[in-house]
Design a binder for this molecule. Structure first.
Ligand SMILES: Cc1cc2nc3c(=O)[nH]c(=O)nc-3n(C[C@H](O)[C@H](O)[C@H](O)COP(=O)(O)OP(=O)(O)OC[C@H]3O[C@@H](n4cnc5c(N)ncnc54)[C@H](O)[C@@H]3O)c2cc1C
Length: 856
């Protein structure tokens, strides 16, 4: 065993071996994988070996597609077979709602380069004759599905990595990790200490224990999972003989069941409602190649549905029941990336579908370690997406909820109840008393909308407009015509201070820093010129700046800030979290209201648009911004939580004469739509350049040498490939949710239709082959369903909804820049729930296009 390496990967399951292979492939060959036992000694050996591409997050779906196409490559390099069976598979819908869900998934596939197809239950039965098709209303076919040999695949990765120069040390447990003053690590193992620049936690079932060695509690939990194998079935053998094909994989949402052919019988697994965590607090180190006792009673309700839906299977004898543990994060997606607060400590954990996702995880992580960036939009699996609130008990409740809903529909307006309320502000009870429907905003209870008095404050979940539509409209109209107040405690808030603060921010941000008492809006971009943040910054003092950003990105942004902090201690960063809370008031009467609560002049000239001031509001010391996300005259008022009830009551009392109303996050988002304002994580993400995001006026190339300046200059010189545009949609009773395809009737080719996935991201054709260079364009247009006569899919929706004040259904999305700029380009349609609705680009914000109201 070497005593010094560039990187140590802990864990020889499928994920660790994939990370090792990808690091070696990227050129880091001085690397070592350390496994406490033999390879596959966690979950990997007893997996059902199924793989598929569909994922709720299109970016994760794309990485799953990469994983599938990788198998041929590692087989070739290693000489080890993965026993790949690319059978294809169907997802069966038993209700119209589920069919809507499949239509949405199919529509997304149009610009992701996926080749799914909507088919009838009878067509599905022709490929899986054991089903009773009368239980279903439709299905979606995905050719990129199948199964493989889990152990063979893990070994193929490991052999391929070894061929490239990586070392694998078996039967050697990592017992401790200690960080050296220079940021490198001492990896203490049973066989001695290895010094490494980087450490990667691929501990699978023990990922939590490894993270604890460095003082981190990862939000990951193992769940017991069962699948059964039948005796050989004559129906299967007969099908194979008569068609010359294997039976396909089937996913039955209603039964929470997946099933497929295994040898000449059937494999059937369930995600049962009565799910059971395994080793919820500590994973025993002596757990080996073991299975857990089967518990048929637990999966009996799923099996009952399964046998009704697949009567052919009921008749077969059960040969074996496998019950094994594997890990999940709160939302079922992996935890990947550098852990905030630590140097060179990386994670590739909670990979619940290692054989669908392992390759993509390995590629993204190796890119990140070697090139400083994952190279893809990996937010959906970034370890930074959960906060400190996701502790052991929170994780336990949320993982159980997620497991039991694995195949359930998540409606766009659906808030899930487990582990809530976790964090509350002092106004929580007041908001409930005001009949607020609360939502979870990065672990914090936040008012979404207010139900009318006498009505139960509860969302009726739906893909269509729902019971919040009327009340949100009321909140918006009252705010736009009088004044409204909303709680904005969920925004991210930071203070950057010290003699180097301004220089530091100027290096990170694309816009100039404000003068004292002023505010600027600024994007933040990475070295590749992609958007990684969007902030409001106020200069609060000589060496002090206040920063507001996206709530969910707090750890993501802190990680970036910390990475770039000067080593000389001249800059300090503080993340407030809930130690600073906020209220926003907006609407034409908001100034009159605020003036009643403060002892300073806040007239237009004395307190201008984009001014920042410290002032007492209702007697409480506050920071006040003259800006709001409503795009109206308005203010954000920030205070310590101890003052929040006082300030809120003062606003409500003083506002009575103006008819002040409460409004929630959904009204706020509706108002931003009619101002064409983008949102972080929807319109603005690290796959877009700032010009593509139509953030041109915030990019000041001439100010100084900021991170990404060169790339931004290149984007400016060459022109953006895409453009964020806003649409008005002729919708019926459903508005866009995000990720819908945008169609255009075009007479010429305006360029790319496939969603970028990051710089240099691999793209695939429908057989899983990577498409390179000029072939990429051909490959994209070859994808089924993106051309229909003169119409073609030209882009994708990022978000939208109903803009209540202007009474229009609106959407924002990306289309090729040449098309966005060509006024004669013609007609657009946006596909909502499978139906193409007329849409038109809307250049000027429909509400107050000149911005006069907010500047008044
Ligand atoms: C019943 C069942 C069916 C499944 N079916 C499928 C399926 O059909 N498709 C699919 O994609 N996935 C399936 N899975 C999930 C799949 O098994 C996991 O996604 C995958 O195995 C995770 O791999 P991993 O490498 O992250 O973790 P693991 O396989 O748990 O590997 C972790 C490794 O780290 C080692 N290790 C831990 N701590 C240390 C330490 N301190 N020092 C050294 N080594 C250490 C362990 O010994 C272990 O070998 C299934 C799982 C189960 C239980």
């Amino acid at each position: 065993m070497k005593s010094h390496v560039k990187a140590v990967v802990i864990g020889g399951g499928v994920v660790g071996c994939s990370v090792l292979y990808h690091l070696a492939k990227a050129g880091w060959t001085d690397i070592m994988l350390i496994e406490r036992s033999e390879l596959t000694s966690g979950s990997s050996w007893h997996a059902a070996g199924g793989f598929h591409t569909l994922n709720g997050d299109p970016n994760v779906a794309k990485l799953q597609a990469y994983t599938v196409q990788l198998y041929k490559e590692i087989e070739e390099i290693s000489g080890q077979s993965c026993s790949l069976h690319l059978t294809g598979g169907v997802m069966l819908a038993d209700t119209p709602e589920r069919m809507d869900f499949l239509r949405l998934a199919h529509a997304k596939g149009r610009y992701l380069g996926m080749d799914t197809e909507l088919i009838t239950p009878s067509e599905a039965k022709a490929m899986f004759p054991l089903m009773d098709e009368t239980n279903f209303v439709g299905a979606m076919w995905d050719p990129v599905e199948g199964h493989l040999d889990p152990s063979g695949t893990t070994i193929a990765y490991s052999k391929a990595a070894k061929k490239l120069g990586a070392e694998i040390v078996l039967r050697n447990r990592v017992v401790d990790l200690t960080q050296q003053p220079d940021g490198t690590w001492n990896v203490v193992t049973e066989q001695g200490t290895v010094h490494a620049e980087h450490v990667v936690n691929c501990g699978g079932l023990w990922a939590r224990e490894i993270a604890r060695m460095v003082g981190v509690e990862l939000p990951v939990l193992a769940m017991e999972h069962m699948y059964l194998l039948t005796e050989p079935m004559p129906e299967v053998e007969e099908f194979n003989k008569s068609t010359g094909r294997e039976m396909i994989g089937v996913l039955d949402f209603k039964g929470e069941i997946y099933t497929r052919q295994e040898r000449n019988g059937i494999l059937l697994g369930t995600y049962e409602k009565a799910c059971k965590p395994w080793s919820p607090v500590n994973t025993p180190w002596d757990f080996g190649h073991e299975l857990l006792p089967p518990d048929l009673d637990r999966i009996a309700p799923s099996l009952e549905i399964g046998f009704k839906h697949f009567p052919g299977i009921e008749k077969a004898g059960i040969k074996q029941i496998i019950n094994g543990p594997f890990t999940f994060a709160l939302d079922g997606n992996p935890l990947v990336g550098p852990v905030q607060g630590l140097t060179n400590f990386w994670c590739a954990c909670a990979v619940m579908a290692g054989f669908s996702q392992g390759g993509g995880v390995g590629l993204a992580l190796s890119n990140w370690m070697v090139h400083g960036d994952p190279g893809f939009d990996v937010w959906g699996m970034d370890v930074a997406r959960f906060g400190e609130w996701a502790g052991l008990r929170y994780t336990n409740a949320k993982v159980r909820e997620n497991y039991s809903r694995r195949f359930s529909i998540r409606f766009p307006n659906e808030e899930l109840p487990a582990a809530r309320p976790a964090q509350t502000t002092p106004l929580y009870d007041t908001m409930l008393a005001n009949n607020a429907v609360m939502g979870d905003s990065w672990g914090l209870e936040t008012p979404l909308w207010f139900a009318p008095k006498g009505k139960e404050p509860k969302d009726v979940v739906s893909f269509h407009r729902s019971n919040d539509f009327g009340p949100i409209g009321e909140e918006v109209r009252a705010t736009r015509e009088r004044v409204g107040v909303t709680e904005i405690a969920n925004f991210a808030k930071y203070e950057v201070s010290g003699p180097g603060a301004e220089e530091f921010l100027n290096r990170l941000m694309t816009n100039r820093m404000p003068k004292a008492g002023r505010i600027v809006l600024t994007p933040m971009i990475n070295e590749f010129g992609k958007l990684i943040g969007d902030f409001t910054i106020a200069k609060a003092g000589e060496d002090r700046f206040m920063i507001w950003g996206s709530s969910a990105a707090q750890k993501y942004h802190m990680r970036w800030f910390e990475k770039h902090l000067p080593k000389d201690g001249s800059v300090r960063i503080h993340r407030f979290d809930q130690t600073l809370v906020g209220l926003s008031i907006a609407g034409p009467k908001s100034r009159d209201l605020l003036q009643k609560l403060v002892d300073v002049d806040i007239s237009t000239k004395a307190f201008r648009f984009m001014d920042f001031r410290e002032m007492a509001v209702g007697g409480a010391p506050c920071l006040v911004n003259r800006i709001t996300y409503t795009g109206d005259l308005g203010y954000e008022i920030w205070m310590a939580p101890a003052y929040e009830r006082l300030v809120y009551k003062a606003i409500k009392d003083a506002g009575e004469e103006f008819g002040v109303v409460d409004f929630g996050m959904r009204a706020l988002l509706s108002m931003r739509l009619e101002k064409n304002f983008p949102t972080w994580f929807r319109e603005l993400r690290p796959i877009y350049g700032p010009l593509e995001g139509s953030m041109d006026r915030f990019i000041k190339l001439e100010k100084n040498d900021f991170i990404g300046r060169e790339a931004a200059a290149k984007e400016q010189a060459e022109g953006p490939k895409l453009r964020r545009v806003s649409f008005i949609v002729d919708a019926a009773d459903a508005d866009v949710m995000g990720d819908e395809p945008i169609w255009a009737k075009v007479s010429k080719d305006y360029g790319t239709v496939e969603k970028p996935h990051g710089y240099g991201a691999p793209r695939f054709d429908t057989s899983g082959q990577e498409i390179r260079g000029s072939k990429a364009a051909e490959g994209a247009s070859a994808v089924r369903g993106i051309v229909d006569g003169d119409w073609r899919v030209v882009g994708w929706v990022t978000s939208g909804g109903y803009a209540h004040y202007v009474q229009k259904s609106m959407a924002q999305g990306y289309v090729p820049a040449a098309l966005a700029e060509d006024e004669s380009a013609g007609l657009f349609e946006i596909e909502i729930l499978g139906s193409r609705r007329p849409a038109r680009i809307n250049v000027e914000a429909p509400f107050d296009p000149s911005g006069e109201k907010m500047r008044t």
